[in-house]
Write a protein that binds this ligand. Structure first.
Ligand code: SF4
Length: 171
């Protein structure tokens, strides 16, 4: 291997090869600038269903200490905004995120407030089973252009075969 042509060795000025190598390395690793664009916030572990395929350790709706507090969510948002990426996508997951709606509202409002000074491409997604959606939540979702990610499996699979209401107070 010709180490000189690869800029590993030089018998002249070192500054030029170092600049060349730095440019080459920056270009090669350029994808890292967008590496941290997707952020998932597990806003609660509580869920109103008990699907037999559930991949998370979901808890019943009356369980305690399984919701992310507004204070913690605020710190998470501040950490997310340390990302060098121009694109920031925040995905609310659970459990069933709508159960901890107050923290979602607070998080979206706070992130938008921070973004007024940063002008990132800010996007939100709520991964939800939609069971506890209502007009008020839909208004907020529409107003803040939040995307919804859900599953339409109920069209194909009998309800009782895969999903079971996990809410202990449900009949
Ligand atoms: S709705 Fe989602 S989080 Fe809740 S039990 Fe089913 S798979 Fe798990």
């Amino acid at each position: 291997m010709n180490l000189k042509s690869k800029h590993f060795l030089t018998d002249t000025d070192v500054e030029q090869p170092i600049k060349l190598l730095a440019t080459k390395y920056r270009t090669k690793k350029g994808f890292l600038r967008d590496f941290t664009s997707l952020h998932m916030m597990v806003i609660t572990l509580r869920c109103n269903q008990k699907c037999n395929y559930c991949q998370v350790s979901s808890e019943s709706t009356d369980a305690h200490k399984f919701d992310m507090s507004e204070t913690t969510a605020k710190k998470v948002i501040e950490t997310i905004f340390k990302s060098p990426s121009q694109n920031i996508k925040i995905e609310f997951q659970g459990g069933e995120p709508l159960i901890n709606w107050k923290t979602i509202e607070h998080t979206v409002n706070y992130a938008e407030k921070l973004n007024k000074f940063q002008s990132r491409n800010l996007q939100f997604v709520i991964c939800t089973n939609l069971i506890s959606i209502d007009e008020k939540k839909l208004e907020f979702i529409k107003e803040h252009k939040i995307d919804i990610s859900t599953s339409l499996e109920l069209i194909h699979i009998p309800f009782t075969a895969k999903r079971v209401f996990g809410c202990l107070s449900s009949p």
